[in-house]
Design a protein. Structure first.
Ligand code: HEM
Ligand code: CU
Ligand code: CU
Lengths: 155, 549
């Protein structure tokens, strides 16, 4: 089998590009800790309403001034339905679902994750721009899926 | 039926062609219905349709996804693969088993379709648990897969026969490509069959609940190679049929075989790139599958090179030089070539988008937004579907012995699809970047400012979708017209491209598809041992599941 000279160049170029791209991603992951959301905590999906802290979903302020937000995503709403966050705060979101799979997506931020029954997913974001943000369920969850959203007010 | 096929066709060929016609026209029916649903979805999402109360966006979306992604593509690839196998390995053969495969596929499709129409399976084509559909939906989908296994067996049996009859000679390239596609498919579908093993007992109520992450991992073990199944279907055509449209050659026989082996090996151990945003899978495994995903780009690089090299070699033979010369030498007015070549252009967009989606953290920006819908319409809806539509214009005359009815309509159809897809897809990509979610019925989120920004692009996408719908209407007219209208005859022999250089030998190592299939399964097990073991080490909470529609 003969491999043409140009083809070798082309493949070398292509593979080199792939390695460069991969290098950037790996570098960002290790040096800057830019990873996709990955919650490894579990929760019994049939007992979400009784399991702290999801028995009282909402915002908690931590001693260091940052926030934790506990959300329950369920057909067809989020609890809490609306929160207010001071501008410049870092918020760590935790979300789980007692029923089916839901999405947890805040356009204009890098918060984008899946809420899967049995698991708690988590990611954090620092809100530097004031305004009203939408929190959208972006995974089909049933007949009222399009009505499943909440508000986040940053002031 | 008798009058449909040209009289001078030998009986054996005639029998085989009826079977292939059954596959190809089932695919045609699927894309035709799917296009009707698609155009409704487009205008409905844009808020430009005063939907009647019975209009159920998600039921229609389930139909569209299933018909396009699972039915149209699968039946086309089974039909095409059977055709190239039968034409390249002529022999007296019984078709009972092959017909059984088609009936199984059809029965499965019908069963699933009935549950969807009845509203008992509004779970979209990904049927994510614990959305709980009628058990017959899952049984139907399983039968569809099992039917494809029967078709795969028919192809393998012919490859086996050929090698035995020719004392181990390499099978013709086009058959090799088809067989390789089905080797990959068998490895891949093991995942969905395993998932069905969990879903079916649960849907019947025999098990109390379902481990959601486990079903998702099984699904995406299958879901990614599913898209490579489509792409391999298009590659079969690009390598073996397209060069015959301009009198060119396959650039290198060995490289094509190598490409297909790489696709067998690398299509499966990558599926977790669809699960970046999910809990329960460590970043380490997400990164591992990012790396393998990058690897599966390499056979596509080889393909891009080989196809353009074949174009240029031909142009040089015609005494033309350079980029413009090459472009001018190509038969743009041939519907089959036009479909494939315009599809390739769309694939450039698709490739860029795919790199973004596969890039681990970068996927955060686009995951589950309508960007993704834009992406797969310029991959499976673009290069794959348009190549198949073009190839149908090549297949149908060879199946019927009748010249294509209205070839100028056919040519126009491919161009209309190209422009429609550009408009729809680019609008969807852009709306996705603005934050528009995918698989969501029209909603303005109580007038939220963010939602207003993407609405104009949804309308533009709907207009693109209208072009696509018209394009499919023309396709159906030509496909059905050729069958019932035209009586002009055309040779029914099939012609496949041959390598540019006869000295180009194929290393024997590349010939043993079955062994490569075993290696692929090994690689898949390696890639999934980590994440699967991790899932199984955690308590597998069972979700009871529910019907939320
Ligand atoms: C007439 C041509 C077509 C039009 C107008 C069209 C339009 C659409 C629209 C508007 C959506 C829904 C977006 C959403 O709400 O998420 C969609 C989804 C989809 N389309 Fe198409 N499409 C067409 C052809 C195709 C083709 C040829 C394929 C594949 C072969 C395809 C595969 C899909 C799939 C897999 C989905 C996703 C379903 C889901 O997310 O569950 N479409 N299409
Ligand atoms: Cu939802
Ligand atoms: Cu994929």
């Amino acid at each position: 089998m003969h491999v043409h000279k140009y083809e070798r160049w082309w493949l070398t170029f292509g593979v080199a590009m792939l390695i460069v791209f991969l290098g950037v991603i790996v570098f960002a992951a290790i040096a800057d800790n830019i990873n996709p959301p990955t919650g490894m905590t579990q929760i019994d999906p049939t007992k979400v309403a009784q399991t702290p802290p999801f028995d009282k979903p909402g915002l908690r302020k931590l001693p260091d001034g940052s926030y934790e937000a506990y959300y329950v995503a369920q057909v067809f709403s989020f609890a809490p339905a609306s929160v207010t966050i001071p501008i410049g705060s870092k918020v760590t979101f935790f979300v789980t679902s007692p029923d089916v799979v839901h999405g947890f997506f805040i356009p204009d931020t890098d918060i984008n994750m899946m809420a899967v029954p049995g698991w708690v997913n988590t990611d954090s974001h620092t809100f530097t721009r004031a305004g009203e943000y939408l929190l959208i369920c972006h995974e089909y969850c049933g007949i009222g899926h399009q009505n499943m959203f909440a508000k986040i007010e940053v002031r | 039926m008798e009058r449909m096929l040209e009289r001078s066709m030998p009986q054996q060929v005639r029998n085989e062609n009826y079977l292939v016609i059954a596959h190809i026209y089932t695919a045609t029916a699927a894309i035709a219905l799917g296009a009707v649903f698609g155009v409704f979805q487009g205008f409905s999402r844009a808020g430009a349709l005063n939907a009647p109360v019975w209009f159920d966006y998600y039921r229609i979306l389930t139909m569209h996804g299933v018909l396009m992604a699972l039915v149209f593509t699968t039946f086309f690839i089974t039909g095409l693969s059977l055709f190239v196998t039968y034409r390249s390995i002529p022999r007296p053969r019984k078709l009972a088993l092959a017909w059984f495969g088609w009936w199984l596929m059809l029965a499965g499709t019908a069963m699933a379709a009935v549950t969807i129409v009845m509203g008992d399976a509004t779970v979209l084509y990904t049927f994510y648990a614990p959305l709980k559909a009628s058990p017959w939906f899952y049984v139907g989908a399983t039968l569809l897969v099992l039917g494809t296994w029967v078709v795969a067996f028919e192809i393998f049996e012919n490859v086996y026969f050929f090698r035995k009859a020719n004392s181990g000679k390499a099978v013709p390239l086009v058959v090799y490509c088809s067989a390789a596609t089905f080797v990959m498919w068998i490895v891949a579908t093991l995942g969905v069959v395993a998932e069905m093993g969990l879903l079916i007992p649960w849907a019947f109520g025999w098990t109390p609940g379902i481990n959601v992450m486990l079903t998702r991992m099984f699904f995406w073990y299958f879901g990614h190679p599913l898209v490579y199944f489509w792409i391999m279907g298009a590659y079969i055509i690009w390598y073996n049929i397209i060069p015959t449209r301009y009198g060119g050659n396959v650039f290198s026989d060995g490289l094509v075989r190598l490409t297909f082996i790489m696709l067998i090996l690398l299509s499966t151990p990558v599926g977790i790139h669809h699960q970046f945003m999910e809990p329960g899978i460590s970043p380490m495994w997400k990164m591992l599958h990012t790396i393998t995903t990058y690897g599966v780009a390499i056979p596509s690089f080889i393909t891009a090179f080989a196809i353009f090299a074949s174009f240029e070699l031909y142009a040089i033979k015609q005494g033309r030089r350079g980029f413009i010369g090459t472009v001018k030498a190509l038969p743009w007015n041939d519907p089959t070539f036009s479909g494939a070549a315009l599809g390739m252009l769309l694939f450039i967009l698709g490739g860029f988008g795919g790199l973004v989606n596969a890039s681990y953290s970068m996927d955060t920006v686009v995951h589950n937004t309508i960007w993704i819908v834009g992406h797969f319409h310029v991959t499976v809806g673009g290069p794959v579907a348009l190549t198949f539509l073009g190839a149908a214009y090549w297949l149908i005359p060879r199946l019927t012995g009748r010249a294509l009815w209205k070839p100028d309509w056919a040519l126009f159809q491919t161009r209309l699809w190209f422009f429609g897809m550009l408009i729809m897809s680019i609008s969807m990509h852009y709306a996705g970047l603005l934050g528009a979610p995918r698989r969501t019925a029209n909603v303005d989120y109580l007038g939220a400012a963010a939602a207003q920004t993407w609405q104009p692009y949804m309308l533009l996408a709907a207009v693109g979708g209208l072009f696509l719908f018209l394009s499919i209407a023309i396709f159906v007219a030509v496909a059905v017209g050729t069958l019932v209208q035209n009586q002009k005859t055309e040779p029914f022999a099939a012609d496949f491209a041959t390598p540019a250089s006869a000295a180009d030998t194929t290393p024997p190592l590349l010939q043993h598809l079955f062994r490569w299939g075993v290696v692929a399964l090994g690689l898949a097990v390696l890639a999934y041992a980590g994440p699967l073991g991790e899932l199984l080490r955690h308590p597998g909470y069972l979700a009871p599941g529910m019907r939320t529609w």
